[in-house]
Design a protein around this ligand. Structure first.
Ligand SMILES: [Zn+2]
Ligand SMILES: [Zn+2]
Length: 208
């Protein structure tokens, strides 16, 4: 394994002992340099769930012992229009959880590790009634499907929608849309995933 030293705990930093970390396909793309911009040594992982073991003196959102999550963004400028509108993903200075450079000039490293240190702004609480290992994939795949439904006001039950492709994100889309009370059709290139879609995930229809 690769060993490195995490930064000293800053005033707003949360030190998280990693319990679980989802494997998003982007982690595989990054590890194998499919996107052409990988820097090594790299520690992927951006669906991180862990326990808070230390907090900086100005941390107000989290306490030692809390179960928390960290996603794909760990920093932003906080001053531009996207930052002020809480859409930090559009900030020109947003910092990815790994394969990026932090404000101290050091590379960021992700959640396939024992520990991660993250600014409290980018640490979210995980509700006690949610199994931490099941919460992990919500931090990228889950928000990818939840966010647009929420953003475009599509959360009230009774809509009819299609999910194109039943992969890591698609299966999450079925579950989220069903939880909102929608009628969900899975559209796939073969019948291979019909039972998974209908019986395991609760889709209403399956279209090849
Ligand atoms: Zn991802
Ligand atoms: Zn910004």
């Amino acid at each position: 394994p690769y060993t490195y030293t995490v930064r000293n705990t800053g005033p707003e930093d949360v030190v998280v002992k990693v319990l679980y970390c989802g494997i998003c396909h982007t982690d595989i793309h990054q590890a194998k340099n499919h996107l052409g911009a990988s820097k090594y040594p790299m520690v992927p992982g951006h669906e991180v769930v862990g326990e808070v073991v230390e907090v900086g003196p100005e941390v107000s959102k989290h306490r030692v012992g809390d179960v928390v999550g960290v996603g794909v963004i760990v920093g932003c400028c906080r001053e531009c229009r996207p930052c002020k509108a809480n859409v930090e993903q559009y900030c020109n200075k947003r910092i990815w959880s790994y394969n990026d450079v932090y404000t101290d000039g050091r590379p960021t490293q992700g959640g396939f590790a024992s520990t991660i240190v993250v600014d409290q702004k980018f640490v979210v609480p995980i509700p006690a009634d949610l199994a931490p290992e099941q919460a992990a994939p919500l931090l990228c795949a889950g928000v990818t499907v939840y966010s647009p439904l929420k953003h475009f006001g599509l959360t009230a039950p009774g809509l009819r929608g299609g999910i194109l492709g039943l992969g890591g994100v698609g299966h999450m889309g079925v579950k989220v849309a069903k939880a909102m009370g929608h009628h969900v059709t899975v559209i796939s290139s073969s019948s291979r995933k019909r039972a998974e879609a209908m019986d395991e995930l609760g889709a209403d229809a399956y279209l090849v």
